[in-house]
Design a protein around this ligand. Structure first.
Ligand code: SF4
Length: 245
């Protein structure tokens, strides 16, 4: 039965930011990364307080099915990292696809591509993949891990023609320079046929209080990006033919 238990941080029932339409968003516990700008460090650690069965979550989701139909919405599994709880994610997505609910997987892509993970990808109508950084050393500095698995994950999505939304957090001094953005646009070009949208998320400091509450030291010392800079970067993607958020 443990296959059917999910350790859940929180659930948002009217989400509009994590995929198309109005969504039931499940934020799972645990993450392989320790991003120095993470706004949800309280998802990093496993605890049984939010443990729920697949059936319990599924039955709750059924209450919102009409909203999904009206708005083109569905269910998003986010986190933390939902692929660290592959059995729960797989079993829930199987049930949702049986009743034709749109499924979206919000992932950092840092995972071995075993058969279960491949099945989850095949049951996902949309993958939202975070690119933290293209440069290995900077990726390591930002997340605590390298980006090899993440880039392989993107290759796998491409190979399987999987609709993908790329997410990039815009962090001054790290991911906002012309050099970096041009490199990212160039890198993404070969994946263009699967990229549905590019979502550019301005770095913000709203998570700092959570770090303090958890007794963690927040190490990133940069300002939030100016609106003009964010728009400038968005324009670069638009000029290159991307639909951006
Ligand atoms: S991948 Fe997301 S949840 Fe995990 S540490 Fe990074 S920002 Fe936080």
């Amino acid at each position: 039965m443990t296959d059917n238990i999910g350790y859940i941080h929180s659930i948002l029932t009217g989400g509009t930011l994590d995929g198309p339409g109005v969504r039931y968003v499940i934020f799972m516990q645990m993450c392989p990364f320790r991003c120095i700008y993470c706004h949800n460090p309280d998802t990093w650690f496993k605890n049984s307080l939010g443990a729920k069965t697949v059936d319990a979550v599924y039955n709750d989701i059924l209450r919102y099915k009409n909203f999904f139909n009206f708005t083109g919405g569905g269910v998003t599994l986010s986190g933390g990292e939902p692929l660290l709880q592959e059995n729960f994610t797989l079993n829930l997505f199987k049930k949702l696809k049986n009743i034709n609910v749109h499924t979206c997987l919000d992932t950092c892509g840092y995972i071995e591509l075993n058969d279960k993970i491949k099945d989850i990808i095949s049951l996902s109508d949309l993958i939202m993949l975070d690119i933290k950084h293209l440069d290995q050393d900077t990726h390591l500095k930002l997340t605590g891990k390298d980006n090899i698995k993440v880039l392989k994950f993107l290759d796998f999505l491409h190979l399987n023609n999987k609709k993908t939304r790329i997410r990039q957090v815009l962090i001054p001094n790290y991911t906002t320079s012309d050099l970096y953005i041009d490199k990212l646009i160039e890198y993404l070009d070969k994946y263009r046929k699967i990229i549905e949208k590019v979502e550019l998320l301005p770095y913000h400091k709203m998570g700092i209080e959570k770090w303090q509450k958890l007794g963690l030291t927040y190490q990133l010392n940069v300002d939030e990006p100016e609106k003009e800079l964010v728009q400038y970067i968005k324009n670069k993607f638009i000029k290159n033919g991307y639909d951006i958020i």
